[in-house]
Design a protein around this ligand. Structure first.
Ligand code: ZN
Length: 357
């Protein structure tokens, strides 16, 4: 019987060593360690042996069983690690291959223009201030020398807030509430802060009842205001010139044309030399498509009207100042030398368009 056990051990060990996969392993386990396996077959023979023989054979049988079980566990570990290795091989990542680059966006061209405007004026000491986009019509009109019944107020196509007339808690003025149709409400609000001299810009959204290829119901304007003891048109010209050269390019020229606004006197329209034809009016003999005879309209400007200074609580004998303003979207387009057939393109979120800027 001892020989049989030794023989069985040798056969079992070689079977487990030869097992290549989980099927081989299971077959060997059933054949040698199973309930009807070879080891179980031998065990009943113990009963027929004498007591001394039984002790020795029993001890040997236990050793053989332990050896076979050890071989099974070793084979099992070997096969599992082979399978894991094969899986790892399939899932292997080549770290040297180029990755998938996440697409990175950029700010909208209006946002870019706002950042540039803010930076350029900051260098001249004009700080960006925040004033309400929902305001009393007093600041949008009356304080700017446009009395209640003045026809100029019809020009603005203003949105009124659906609210009864109210009273401004600060000024006690009666009036309606409007979505600001321009950024000029900042003028008197800034003066009323009482901190002089004033050098400020106000960039914010404006709202008008208009929508067409040339007009947006919501757009941005910049308002500039400088007030001090002896501010003149020369200062206005210098500030505008500084802005134009820094924003549109060092060769851009500026022109002031007499005009009429209610809140400035004298008033001007601001033109700049065309960014496409460099003020020539034509490109290689062909009439420039962007400008009128070499000039582009930028915006409006002028010396602050004495009535507006008074509304701001300032003495027109002591203080003078200038104001200017224009649309941010239009400015951004002009810088790119672009003439959009439809300005609404700017806010259609079409990446094919926006990626170009
Ligand atoms: Zn031109």
């Amino acid at each position: 019987m001892l020989d049989q056990l030794k023989q069985l051990q040798a056969e079992a060990l070689s079977a487990f060593t030869a097992a290549k996969d989980t099927n081989d392993l299971e077959a060997a386990r059933v054949a040698y360690l199973g309930r009807k396996g070879r080891l179980s077959e031998i065990m009943p023979q113990l009963a027929s042996l004498s007591n001394d023989e039984k002790r020795l054979a029993g001890q040997t049988a236990n050793e053989v069983k332990a050896a076979i079980e050890g071989a099974f566990i070793a084979a099992q570990a070997r096969i599992e690690s082979t399978v894991a290795g094969a899986n790892a091989e399939r899932a292997w990542i080549d770290m040297t291959l180029p990755g998938n680059r996440p697409s990175v966006g950029h700010t909208h061209l209006t946002t870019q223009a706002i950042a540039d405007l803010t930076e350029i004026f900051a260098k001249l000491g004009f700080n960006r201030q925040r004033h309400p986009e929902v305001d009393w019509d007093y600041y949008a009109f009356e304080a700017l020398n446009m009395p209640k019944e003045h026809p100029a107020r019809d020009d603005w196509e203003t949105f009124f807030v659906a609210d009864p007339d109210g009273k401004d808690v600060q000024t006690g003025e009666l009036g309606k509430v409007v979505l600001t149709p321009h950024t000029s409400n900042a003028q008197v609000r800034e003066m009323k802060k009482g901190a002089l001299p004033i050098r400020m810009i106000n960039i914010s959204k404006c709202y008008r009842r208009q929508i067409s290829a040339r007009h947006l119901p919501v757009f941005h304007q910049i308002e500039g205001l400088m007030i001090d003891g002896n501010v003149t048109i020369t200062d206005l010209k210098g500030v505008i010139d500084h802005f134009v050269k820094n924003f549109f390019g060092p060769n851009t020229k500026t022109r002031l044309r007499p005009y009429h606004f209610r809140f400035t006197e004298p008033s001007f329209e601001l033109d700049i030399s065309c960014t496409v034809c460099n003020g020539e009016g034509s490109v290689q003999g062909t009439k420039c498509k962007l400008c009128k005879a070499g000039w582009l309209e930028l915006g409006g400007a002028g010396m602050v009207h004495t009535n507006v200074l008074k509304a701001g609580g300032l003495d027109p004998k002591k203080y003078t100042g200038f104001a200017f303003g224009w649309g941010v979207e239009r400015t951004a387009m002009m810088r790119g030398g672009l003439k959009l057939d439809d300005i609404r393109m700017m806010y259609k979120n079409d990446l094919r368009f926006l990626k170009q800027f």
